[in-house]
Design a protein around this ligand. Structure first.
Ligand code: GLU
Length: 394
């Protein structure tokens, strides 16, 4: 430990990945764990995407790709942005990376200096804060509650801005709350940012297609924001391609160039086969994946209904993504099955130890009164998991 850098020693471990690893380990030991920790579709990658990958192998796509991605893929991404988001990007504004997580890390690395402040509307995805910290930037949480459907207000945004504010991270549909900002709400937040021309916006839209009815709106569509917004997306969630690791950005060209330079020194271009498969994924009509979204929708309704029957769980109605994020603070101070519950981590551990259900503590998302439950799992497992939770809490 003594020999490790301060950088890595001060970096928190990814709570989502840590919980998934723990669940896997317990399963290996023979414990009957239901893992609702990781945000990972339980579907197979659609056949037409797999076929494209197999064809790419046979066609001998085996060399390094351009650092920012194959030109054909960047063109397909431009068309996708136009078709789904009404955003105009040229291929020189696109950078393909090894997952949206790397896209976000690239952006942070190229824009943040030590001491810069990054605004994180909470709850936020676990890695945002860690990625900002790696850049020696300071992350500033803007809290929200179930009462405001986990959304921040323009007044809160204004109050959080200081001369050091360099960026804000938006994420709609949101991981972990499932909240979606409407066009009107985003425009009101943009109004505030218009008075602060040195603040950049990272708009993480990875859950764009996992949406149950609120129209998706891309932040970069606001003309005054286009030149300082980086739109992040990827194929992991919508196309059940988490392990393929393909993310991408649409950004002002100078930022795209900087990200390419950064990536050129760290990983080079993303995997060549996965890039060819992504072309097929993005060129296909979005209706090709609606069967998965329909299934998530059904599960959301079921999970909400069942969880609401548990006394002490307070829930918002997530409009997108595949998580519920109950406030479970009613259990703090209680002792359940011999375990004292002081915080959300204790509660999450109780569920793991006694109900054999893996969830993720809200602390990691900047919301210490909540836990995250992923419903990207079979209906049968979801029912069984909630039944077990109920039993333990009763
Ligand atoms: N984004 C997913 C999640 O939040 C995958 C794990 C991760 O990269 O954090 O569960």
């Amino acid at each position: 430990m003594d020999f490790l850098s301060d950088r890595i020693n001060s970096l928190p471990i990814s709570a989502t990945l840590a919980m998934a690893a723990k669940a896997r380990e317990l399963k290996k030991q023979g414990r009957d764990i239901i893992s609702l920790s990781l945000g990972e579709p339980d579907f197979n990658t659609p056949e037409f995407i797999k076929e494209a990958a197999i064809k790419a192998i046979h066609d001998n796509y085996n060399s390094y790709t351009p650092v920012n991605g194959y030109l054909e893929l960047r063109e397909a991404i431009c068309l996708k942005f136009k078709r789904d988001n009404e955003l105009d990007y040229s291929e020189s504004q696109i950078v393909v990376s090894t997952g949206a997580k790397q896209s976000i890390a690239n952006i942070a690395q190229v824009l943040l200096n030590p001491g810069d402040e990054v605004l994180l509307p909470a709850p936020y995805w676990v890695s945002y804060s860690a990625i900002a910290t790696l850049c020696e930037a300071k992350f500033i949480e803007i809290p929200s509650t179930i009462e405001s459907d986990f959304k921040i207000t323009p007044e809160q945004l204004e109050a959080a801005i200081t001369p050091k504010t360099k960026m804000i991270f938006f994420n709609s549909p949101n991981n972990p709350s499932g909240t979606i900002y409407t066009e009107k709400e985003y425009r009101a937040l943009a109004k505030v940012l218009e008075n602060h021309p040195n603040i950049f916006v990272l708009s993480d839209e990875i859950y764009e297609h996992i949406n149950y009815g609120t129209k998706h709106f891309s932040f970069a569509k606001i003309p005054s924001m286009y030149d300082r917004t980086i739109t992040v997306n990827g194929v992991a969630k919508a196309f059940a391609m988490t392990g393929w690791r393909i993310g991408y950005i649409g950004a002002p060209e100078w930022i795209a160039k900087a990200c390419t330079k950064m990536q050129g020194q760290i990983t080079s271009g993303a995997n060549c086969i996965a890039q060819r498969a992504t072309i097929a994924a993005l060129e296909a009509p979005v209706s090709n994946i609606s069967y998965m979204v329909k299934e998530f929708h059904k599960r959301r309704d079921m999970v909400l209904k069942l969880l609401k029957e548990i006394e002490g769980f307070r829930l918002n109605k997530p409009e997108g993504a595949f998580y519920v994020f109950p406030n479970i603070s009613a259990f703090f101070g209680k002792t359940i099955d011999g375990i004292k519950i002081e915080n959300a981590s204790d509660f999450s551990m109780l569920l793991l130890e006694k109900a054999h259900v893996a969830t993720v503590t809200g602390d990691a998302f900047g919301a210490p009164n909540c836990i995250r439950i992923s419903y990207a799992a079979s209906e049968e497992n979801l029912r069984e998991a909630i039944l077990r939770i109920k039993k333990v809490l009763n």
